[in-house]
Design a protein around this ligand. Structure first.
Ligand code: NOJ
Length: 723
């Protein structure tokens, strides 16, 4: 349809029909639903009748092509103007083939791979009838107590933006209106949902405008620059006003300043939640505030449906507001091709052949392999020797709860457990022996521990697969204590007493407090929720067929009391020179270090990588020119490996305070055994810009430090100045 035809359609619609377009419902409301989809919030009675359901403009959370086709057909039979539904879902890290959770995937630092996973997710979802995914989530995350850190890309604003943009490109392709099997993407949660106080989900956010612009907003912007089609509002407040009714945030910043003219959707029930927030007396006021703020689609609450008509008739909401929202939705339907083909790519046969295909599983394997982070490897405990007799113990030895909390239509029964992976490997190689005992995540009985000890006694090496169940992170999965569950620590303690080699594999959705785990084990491999091919990828890493290359994108705290702890912090006026509790009046804890247990960028491998001295092409940089920074990276071992060479910069004196270190670039290089390579980074004036106190974005002349290293802590430094 042309714009004129869409306008003609809009002109033909009654006010009720227009308002219908602004309502999004879960499939449970629709004829043809088979309820296979996910419910991701409370399903409250919404007080809506059948007529309203058939007038609605979109549905979320479907789970099959059959269901999508049935719902669309029922809808089209009943809609006076035959305007098709938009079908949306949370396709977060895969649809049927499940990739590592986003926090894990970001530890690969591999943007092409991230894009590839999103393209596969789009393909599987598109043939299953989905048009739009509620992904990526670009919420900067500094608080591991928050369960949703698993869905984020960590604590760095720049890397966060790169991953958000890569996922958008994967889902949407170069042009989702022309290419087959693409989805439209929805960036969320606008804005700053990751900054909830105390790491408690849905909690208050109150950060300065400057902080927002420096750290929290850039990644959403990056996603929009990559062409992201839709934006979802956050549940939290921003400057005292819930984001969903926040005119300054949505209309002024997002629409006017950033020029975003496409669809904005609320989060689940967030329009009505303004009553609980205490900024609206009733549903009517919620509706007025949300539409004025610029929210086009109300997800799963009925404020628009019940009250927009009377608000327009009373002159409290301009009808132009409704028309502009409806037009944006119609345009999106047009872009998705729904007026020509209401089912788009939904096809049960393709769905059967494509979802979970061998090819897709290969990418799941590769991404799991690259997302694991080796945190500790004392005395080269890993890789395992082929002939070692292994006791594989603990809750995740045999558990298939390894897909993660947002695993869409992924089936746990299709996931490869660690036990499956190791058994297959041993059968293929004809080497080693394996005895496995599983248990539950939170309640391991004394009898079970005794049984595991007996098995452990007969083995050379104990592989303990520990962690959090997927229920313990994700939405509404905040935890105040981020240790492993008590009974797992008890199990570890008992096994430790045997004085044998202990390898811990961790399955979890957040950085954990790992003190006890580190002190009682030889090696620790962070596997996160690795997805469908987890067990195979972990086995390859354990036996040295793969070399761990993942690097943390979120700091692991030394203790919960440090949180938030992140690498790009400010120096303060009284920085700590060296940890020393005797020194008073400096910014430090008396009882623990300031530094996290594992810093941003950290991760070990089986290779032995050496960083040479760094050199700059000049000690001075002028605007419009470039500096070349070179560093020689050498593999001192015979084991080939991938190194993530990281470039950080510190501005020694700004107009506002500047972080002690900021990631500016990185390069992933492959080094064969004993190979040496020169890495060259380019530094430009643009990379040194920041928001000043008047929010202007520019650089200042002065001194800078460039830092290069394998993580944000262990860097080589060199000074330069900007003229
Ligand atoms: C609530 C979550 O916050 C959001 O991320 C998700 O997309 C919606 N529910 C829809 O399921």
């Amino acid at each position: 349809m042309t714009k004129a035809q869409l306008q003609a359609l809009l002109n033909e619609m009654t006010l009720e029909e227009k308002i219908g377009q602004l309502l999004q419902l879960a499939p449970a409301f629709f004829e043809g639903a088979d309820s296979a989809g996910q419910i991701t919030g409370p399903l409250l009675g919404m007080g809506i009748n059948e007529e309203t359901i058939y007038r609605s403009g979109s549905v979320l959370g479907l789970g099959s092509a059959k269901e999508a086709i049935a719902i669309q057909e029922a809808h089209m039979r009943n809609h006076r103007l035959a305007i098709p539904l938009l079908i949306m879902a949370d396709v977060i890290h895969g649809y049927g083939t499940i990739f590592p959770v986003p926090l894990a995937l970001s530890c690969s630092w591999d943007l092409e791979l991230a894009k590839e996973t999103a393209a596969i997710a789009a393909k599987e979802a598109a043939v299953s009838g989905i048009h739009i995914t509620f992904s990526p989530m670009a919420d900067l995350s500094r608080d591991p107590r928050w369960g949703r850190v698993m869905e984020s890309f960590g604590e760095d604003p720049w890397l966060n933006g790169k991953f958000a943009a890569a996922l958008v490109r994967g889902y949407q392709g170069d042009d989702f209106t022309k290419e087959p099997y693409k989805l439209a993407a929805c960036i969320k949660h606008f804005a700053a949902y990751g900054a909830g106080e105390g790491g408690r989900d849905y909690n208050t956010v109150d950060i300065s405008e400057w902080m927002k612009r420096e750290f929290y907003l850039p990644a959403y912007k990056e996603a929009l620059n990559a062409g992201c089609e839709m934006v979802m509002t956050a549940f939290n407040t921003v400057d005292g006003v819930p984001a969903t009714g926040n005119k300054r945030l949505m209309r002024q910043l997002l629409r006017e300043e950033w020029g975003f003219d496409r669809v904005i959707i609320s989060d689940w029930g967030a329009v009505k939640e303004m009553i609980a927030h205490g900024v609206a007396e009733d549903e009517r006021e919620c509706a007025r505030k949300a539409i004025e703020a610029g929210v086009d689609i109300e997800m799963m609450s009925p404020c628009y449906t019940h009250h927009l008509k009377e608000l327009v008739e009373a002159g409290e909401v301009e009808s132009a507001r409704i028309d502009e929202a409806v037009m944006r939705i119609l345009e999106l339907k047009q872009k998705l091709g729904l007026f020509d083909n209401m089912h788009r790519f939904a096809d049960a046969t393709l769905e059967m052949n494509m979802v979970g295909s061998k090819q897709h599983r290969q990418v799941a394997y590769k991404s799991a392999l690259k997302s694991c982070v080796l945190l500790q490897n004392n005395h080269k405990a890993l890789p395992l020797q082929k002939e070692e007799r292994i006791a594989l113990l603990g809750p995740f030895a045999t558990s298939n709860d390894i897909l993660g909390p947002w695993s869409c239509m992924g089936r746990p029964e299709e996931a490869v457990t660690v036990c499956d992976g190791m058994k297959t490997w041993q059968a293929q190689t004809g080497q080693g022996s394996l005895t496995t005992v599983g248990c539950s995540v939170e309640n391991i009985s004394d009898e079970q521990i005794s049984a595991m000890i007996s098995v452990a006694k007969t083995a050379d090496t104990i592989v303990l697969a520990l962690g959090e169940s997927s229920e313990m992170s994700g939405e509404a999965g905040s935890r105040a204590n981020i240790n492993l569950p008590e009974s797992q620590l008890r199990l570890l303690g008992e096994i430790h007493k045997l004085n044998k080699k202990i390898i811990v594999i961790l399955f979890n959705g957040r950085p954990l407090d790992l003190h006890e785990v580190l002190s009682k084990s030889d090696a620790v491999l962070e596997a996160w929720f690795p997805g469908t091919e987890g067990g195979n990828a972990i086995t390859a890493l354990l036996y040295g067929e793969g070399n761990p290359s993942g690097r943390l994108t979120m700091s692991f705290p030394y203790a919960v009391g440090q949180i938030p702890v992140y690498y790009n912090h400010f120096n303060t006026g009284r920085p700590q020179n060296a940890p020393d509790a005797q020194v008073r009046y400096v910014s430090q804890y008396l009882d623990i270090p300031n530094e996290p247990l594992f810093p941003f960028g950290y991760g070990l491998s089986y290779s032995d990588i050496e960083y040479g001295e760094i050199a700059l092409s000049s000690a001075e940089l002028c605007a419009g020119e470039e500096l070349q920074l070179t560093v020689q990276i050498t593999n001192r071992s015979a084991i080939a490996g991938e190194e993530t060479v990281q470039l950080y910069v510190r501005d020694m004196a700004g107009e506002t305070v500047r972080p002690v270190s900021e990631l500016k670039d990185y390069q992933k290089i492959m080094l064969a055994g004993n190979e040496s390579k020169q890495v060259i980074f380019t530094i430009t004036e643009e990379m040194l810009r920041y928001h000043h106190s008047d929010l202007q974005y520019s650089s200042d002349p002065g001194r800078f430090v460039a830092m290069v290293g394998p993580n944000s802590r262990d860097t080589e430094k060199i000074m330069f100045s900007l003229k």
